[in-house]
Design a protein around this ligand. Structure first.
Ligand code: ADP
Ligand code: MG
Length: 254
């Protein structure tokens, strides 16, 4: 269980996050949406242990988070794969740090290459891949360390619509195959509702939890669900929430 309790973060006079409390159960897929500047990346960086909160605590299975750790894998929009390493050596990177033996590393890398469809590209360099394939490498590299929690910060934000939808299907399949807990932030409401079992809406200025919406759609959903009334209703509900908290803020500063 990942638990955020009363998380606040200020940057000088700016309050990026205020009193954010949130729990993500083992194996859950939770999406966080909010307007640009609502504190999504700050929230994820705090869970990753890259940014310290000004107040509050993060615990994972009861243990306080005080810095980065292999049990929490982070993937950002840019992916940040190592350009000089082949695909397989990118995926092996964290395993070297974890001290796995050569044969253990090979078994792990082979499994994640197959799982992510990257086997044909194992000896390619990132520059030889498409944007979507590079994001697969970044996700495979994070997953290979078998983190309890996968943290995703707008991982598909730079991809075209078709590639993005391929990646959404890919991520849902990997999530179901591995049982990993996923906490993903995105500004794309359709993506959040398609992927998440819950969608948490952040309000801006200060960033805080405005709503926590249960996504009551089947776990084996495919892209067709995006055209069905229950999905469209949920999407409209979350879009209205994001917009209303954005407008309230815009009204307050006008
Ligand atoms: P989002 O990811 O939702 O767009 P961020 O978490 O990046 O939002 O930023 C939330 C707010 O905190 C913004 O107003 C941003 O300018 C501010 N902020 C984030 N990181 C820093 C930083 N390192 N220094 C100063 N201000 C920051
Ligand atoms: Mg961000």
């Amino acid at each position: 269980m990942l638990t955020l309790d009363g998380i606040g973060r200020t940057f000088g006079a700016k309050t990026a996050l205020q009193d954010v409390s949130l729990s993500v159960g083992p194996g859950q897929f939770v999406c966080v949406v909010g307007a640009s500047g609502s504190g999504k990346s700050t929230l994820l960086s705090i869970v990753a242990g890259l940014v310290a909160p000004s107040s509050g605590t993060v615990t994972l299975d009861g243990a306080p988070v005080t810095g980065p750790g292999p049990e929490r894998g982070l993937v950002c929009q840019s992916g940040a794969v190592y350009p000089w390493r082949t695909v397989e050596r990118n995926i092996a990177f964290g395993l070297e740090l974890l001290g796995l033996t050569r044969s253990e590393r090979k078994a792990r890398v082979d499994w994640y290459l197959a799982e992510t469809g990257l086997e044909p590209f194992r000896r390619s360099l990132p520059k030889q891949l498409s944007g979507g394939q590079r994001q697969r490498v970044a996700i495979a590299r994070a997953l290979a360390c078998e983190p309890g929690v996968l943290l995703l910060d707008e991982p598909f934000g730079a991809l075209d619509v078709q590639t993005k939808e391929d990646m959404q299907l890919f991520l849902r399949r990997v999530w179901r195959d591995t049982g990993t807990t996923v906490l993903m932030v995105t500004h794309d409401v359709e993506e959040a509702v398609f992927l998440g079992q819950r969608v948490v809406v952040l309000a801006s200025d200060p960033g805080r939890v405005a709503a926590d919406v249960a996504v009551d759609l089947p776990d084996d959903r495919d892209l067709g669900v995006k055209r069905e009334p229950p999905f469209l209703a949920l999407r409209a509900q979350v879009e209205d929430l994001v917009r209303s908290y954005h407008r309230r803020h815009a009204g307050a500063v006008a």
